[in-house]
Design a protein around this ligand. Structure first.
Ligand SMILES: [Mn+2]
Length: 273
């Protein structure tokens, strides 16, 4: 089982119809991407609209170590086919695929490329959708320790892929080492908390009821001082997505050989207002 994450009381009907689905941090083009599992997940959900919330294809890594196996191609083809057959898809690039920011305002095979988006839920809540790296700029104005946390955190995210590649070779399955380290490395933990707080401030200042982002590879759904903070997680480590269900409620989903509804990670504390 995955580090003690518990199921919530949420029944999943396959395929799961939902109004909207947010996925990010796929990091296709790296050995860490869980492309085959993502394909299984995508086949088990029927969203009206999909937001691709950045770090979809890891152009940064591809430049230094080119690889793009068949399963990664299939993910891209599948998404393009969905767009071609009427699913509304929006692409918001992140920092690992920032080259696509040159295409803001244009479309790739019918998929608009946007810096950010506004999503209104069935319950009338206005949510800001952004990858989240823009928040790093605000966090870097923080203390040296916080800056160290941000740097340590991005190293850990990369490290996770290497550790798990070794784990797979040894037949160990998924080794949640970086989750373990992240929970214990104070500076990384401080960075994540600051990221979440900054995200909520950023959305509130701009008059939104909440924010949906990715970037820090930590699936979370929380309400902080009346503002919604939703992080759709990643497809390197957690295999998670955020869904808006038919009734307008938000729900974190995880692929565990089937679609499962999950709570936020157990180590997510209630953030200070
Ligand atoms: Mn990112």
């Amino acid at each position: 089982m995955l580090d003690g994450r518990k199921r919530v009381n949420f029944e999943v009907h396959v395929p799961l119809s939902c109004r909207s689905l947010w996925v990010s941090d796929l990091h296709l083009g790296t050995g860490a991407a869980k492309a085959a599992e993502l394909l299984d997940f995508l086949a088990a959900v029927r969203p009206d609209r999909i937001y691709l919330v950045g770090d979809i294809v890891d152009l940064e890594r591809i430049r230094s170590r080119p690889m793009f196996p068949e399963s990664h191609r299939q993910v891209v083809r599948y998404l393009l086919d969905l767009a071609g057959s009427g699913t509304d898809i929006v692409y918001i690039p992140g920092n690992h695929d920032h080259e696509f920011r040159a295409l803001f305002g244009r479309q790739i095979c019918g998929i608009p490329v946007l810096p950010e988006a506004t999503h209104v839920t069935g319950r009338g809540e206005r949510l800001l959708v952004t990858h989240g790296d823009i928040l790093d700029g605000r966090i870097r104005q923080g203390t040296n320790l916080e800056q160290f946390g941000a740097a340590a955190y991005s190293v850990l995210i990369d490290l996770d892929a290497s550790i798990n590649a070794v784990g797979r070779l040894l037949g160990l399955g998924h080794v949640p080492v970086s989750t373990w380290i992240k929970q214990r490395l104070g500076a990384a933990h401080d960075y994540m908390q600051r990221f979440e707080r900054t995200a909520v401030e950023y959305a509130s200042e701009r008059g939104f009821d909440g924010i949906v982002c990715g970037h820090i590879h930590r699936p979370t759904l929380a309400r902080v001082a009346g503002c919604l903070y939703a992080n759709d997680g990643d497809w390197v480590e957690h295999r998670t997505a955020l869904a808006e269900l038919a009734d307008g409620r938000l729900q974190l989903l995880q692929w565990q050989s089937r679609v499962v509804g999950i709570d936020s990670l157990p180590f997510t504390r209630q953030l200070a207002a």
